[in-house]
Each structure stands twice: as structure tokens, then as C-alpha cells.
Design a protein around this ligand. Structure first.
Ligand code: OAD
Length: 257
């Protein structure tokens, strides 16, 4: 008894499902760390290799952690910035940028803070968890792009003097309101919703595929591992994103001539 993967026995997508997917007017994709894994950025929750397997998020990614040890937190994010600065978008990022050019309407929502979708040419990206290349101050969230190179780590806000921190969402913090509202609205209207490379464990992002599905979207999951939303998906692609997305996009949305 084969699981209901949406594929027939030759690993082709069932024709009726393929037809519906390729004729949809509005496609929404939600991405997570798995999309950047093949660029060389570690994911969070995978045993052995995930960042949260090696580091304690409560010591590095909460406002309280920053207040306790701002230098440690600042330096950990500097390390991640350097890691990210040294990598390039992969085939998954490129395939999603291409998909936007092939369908009538497309929205890309990401939990990633690495900017690789932008580098691959995607536009109007909804960044739910911030952008690691940006900096703001702790007390007033003033955006800061230049600061004095004093010996102090972290440096201080030129406007108010409070400590600088990365412009990312930490545990216990709210997501950027505008981005979240846009993500909910896109998910409600989607006809096809792609969940790619995310464990679907972190709220509120994990609710987006559920909302899409409840509103009638065809849910597709691309992830080598099962997740809590897998049972809702009409199609599950158990492969790496970089290996499967280019073929998947070409198959469903062949380039218009
Ligand atoms: P996780 O580390 O929780 O999950 C990564 C998912 O990617 C897993 O389900 C893997 O099976 C899958 N995966 C691994 N390699 C893959 C590949 N090559 N292709 C496709 N999928 C692959 O990462 P996220 O779901 O992104 O939040 O985590 C969500 C949030 O938790 C992050 O944005 C971060 C973290 O704490 C903040 O920092 C606010």
C-alpha cells in the first residue's frame, strides 16, 4: 500500500492534480532553513547538524539572553553573518525566482534571514523573521547602518546610545506586523501553497499552510522528512529542495514560448 503522495507508480504527478496545479492563478510559497541547507547554511532542528542541536537558543536568541550577555549574542550573530556572506543561492532559490516569472500571481514568504532569495532575484519577499544583514538598537528599534567602531561590543546606537542588535526576530518577540498580516492574507487567497524546507514547528509561520489548506488551496510539501502538516498535503515531495525544485517547476509550469 503506497502512501498518498500525489504521485502515480511511475513517480509522475497524477494528471488531474498536475492540471489543477499548473492552472492555478495564485501560488504562494513558504520557505524555511531547508531551502538554504544546500548553500551550506545549517538548519536549526536537525539532529547533529542543526544550530539548535549545538547551541542553546535561550542563551543566544532571546531578548533576555541579550540583556544578560550582549557581547556573546552579538558575536554569535557576527559569526552567522560571516557564514552567510560566504555562501551563494542554490538551485532552490533560483527555481523559486523563476517560478514567479512563470505564473500569473506569486508570493514568496520566508522564515529565513539570510537574504538568499533576494540574491537569487526574487522580489517582494515577505520576511517573517527579519534580515540578519540589518541592525537596530535594542531600546527603540532605530534602524542603524553605520556606527562608530569603538572598542565596545556590541556598538551603540548613534541616535539614542542603546546597544545594537541584529534585526531578527528572537524567541518571545512579535513578528513584524506588516509582514505577518501580508503572509496571512496571501495564505488565505492562495490556490496552491508550497511549503518548502521547513519543519512546520514554529508559530505563527506553521499556521500558514493550515490556513491555505482550510481556504481550499492545494498544499504541496517539499521536504526529505515528514512534518506535522504532511498529512494535509495533496502532494509530498520527499527530496531536497535544490535537487527537486528545478524539475518540479519545469514540469508543472513549463516556460512560456
Ligand atoms: P528547521 O531546522 O526547524 O527545519 C528545517 C527543515 O528543513 C526540516 O524539516 C528538514 O527536514 C528540512 N530540510 C533539510 N534539508 C533540506 C533540503 N536540502 N531541502 C529541503 N528541506 C530540507 O528550520 P525552520 O523550519 O526554518 O527562527 O525553522 C523555523 C524557525 O525556527 C527559523 O526561522 C528560526 C528557528 O528558530 C528564528 O530564528 C526566529
Amino acid at each position: 500500500h503506497l502512501p498518498n503522495t500525489g504521485y502515480n507508480k511511475d513517480m509522475e504527478i497524477q494528471p488531474e492534480l498536475a492540471e489543477k496545479i499548473s492552472h492555478a492563478q495564485y501560488i504562494v510559497a513558504l520557505t524555511g532553513a531547508g531551502v538554504s541547507a544546500e548553500s551550506g547554511i545549517p538548519t536549526f532542528r536537525e539532529a547533529q547538524t542543526g544550530l539548535w542541536a549545538r547551541y542553546n537558543p535561550m542563551e543566544l536568541a532571546t531578548p533576555q539572553a541579550f540583556q544578560r550577555n550582549p557581547k556573546l549574542v552579538w558575536e554569535w550573530y557576527q559569526w552567522r553573518r560571516q557564514l552567510i556572506a560566504g555562501v551563494k543561492p542554490n538551485q532552490a532559490h533560483h527555481a523559486l525566482a523563476e517560478l514567479a516569472r512563470r505564473v500569473p500571481q506569486f508570493t514568496l514568504i520566508t522564515q529565513n534571514i539570510d537574504g538568499l532569495h533576494r540574491q537569487a532575484g526574487s522580489q517582494n519577499i515577505i520576511e517573517l523573521h527579519g534580515d540578519i544583514t540589518k541592525t537596530k538598537c535594542f531600546d527603540h528599534h532605530h534602524p542603524v547602518s553605520n556606527w562608530e567602531n569603538s572598542a565596545e561590543i556590541p556598538p551603540r546606537c548613534p541616535q539614542c546610545g542603546s546597544l545594537l542588535r541584529p534585526d531578527v526576530v528572537w524567541f518571545g518577540e512579535n513578528l513584524p506586523q506588516e509582514a505577518l498580516a501580508a503572509a496571512f492574507s496571501a495564505s488565505e487567497s492562495a490556490q496552491v501553497f508550497l511549503s518548502i524546507g521547513t519543519s512546520s514547528l514554529v508559530e505563527p509561520a506553521a499556521s500558514l499552510p493550515l490556513i491555505a489548506s482550510q481556504n481550499g488551496a492545494i498544499l504541496i510539501e517539499i521536504n526529505p522528512a515528514a512534518t506535522p502538516i504532511s498529512h494535509l498535503a495533496q502532494l509530498t515531495i520527499r527530496h531536497s529542495a535544490a535537487a527537486s525544485l528545478p524539475t518540479f517547476v519545469d514540469q508543472l509550469w513549463p516556460e512560456r514560448i
